[in-house]
Design a protein around this ligand. Structure first.
Ligand code: C5P
Length: 209
């Protein structure tokens, strides 16, 4: 059985939490596609002391392995920025396409979260969700997450980073962040993540029949 759930939306909207919950409930494999871009961004920067060279980024994307996705430095603010910069390179996106499409159609079902899953990677996904929330709510969520490992984190800096990243992700030419026409909108500004998970579960259940 193949069954794909595509979850897209801006940074820190709750996509990952919803994706993991659906995977656990229905036994689907889960891929956080942001990790692919984060790993390419970090590896590209490490290669040239903080500089992002497009040719290196493409080569690194072509050779990316599942091991690279397990690095422990992919969740930092520096990695977020690097990810969004390499994600604007068409050659990098093209190099990561097949892996994501194969993952989406693996037997047993898959849930992928990212920015272009319902629009570009899996336009045929059985369920498409677009998860969003106000900038302030998303920034606060990310700030609280980051505080655990970095007590010096500042909310205004997180909000600023998030705005820059969203603008770059939505404004790029190739596969910009956008809601697929047939995606169901889940706005988690006022809704708890638990309620959003319940709604997502109900949608998948209805489709599975
Ligand atoms: O989801 P996450 O915040 O980890 O994504 C990091 C960056 O990777 C995003 O800001 C975006 O630039 C890029 N990305 C993307 N397409 C995806 C997933 C992530 O361009 N499907």
């Amino acid at each position: 059985m193949t069954f794909t759930v595509a979850i897209d939306g801006p940074a820190a909207a709750g996509k990952g939490t919803i994706g993991r919950a659906l995977a656990a409930e229905f036994g689907f494999a889960h891929l956080d596609t942001g990790l692919l871009y984060r790993a390419v961004g970090v590896l590209t920067m490490n290669r040239a002391r903080g500089v992002i060279d497009p040719v290196s980024a493409e080569m690194i994307a072509t050779r990316l392995t599942e091991e690279d996705l397990k690095r422990d430095d992919l969740r930092t603010a520096v990695a977020s920025r690097a990810a969004s910069r390499v994600a604007a390179l068409s050659a990098v996106r093209a190099a990561l396409l097949d892996f994501q499409r194969r993952f989406a159609r693996r037997p047993g079902g898959a849930v992928l979260d990212g920015r272009d899953i319902g629009t570009v990677i899996c336009p045929e996904a059985e369920v498409k969700l677009f998860v969003t929330a106000s900038e302030e709510v998303r920034a606060r969520r990310r700030y609280e997450e980051l505080l655990h490992s970095r007590p010096e984190t500042r909310l205004d800096a997180v909000l600023n980073d998030l705005r820059i990243r969203d603008a770059r992700d939505a404004g790029r030419q190739d596969a910009p962040l956008s809601q697929a026409e047939d995606a169901v909108l889940l706005d988690t500004t006022e809704m708890s993540i638990d309620d959003a998970v319940d709604k997502a579960r109900a949608l998948v259940r209805a489709k599975l029949g």
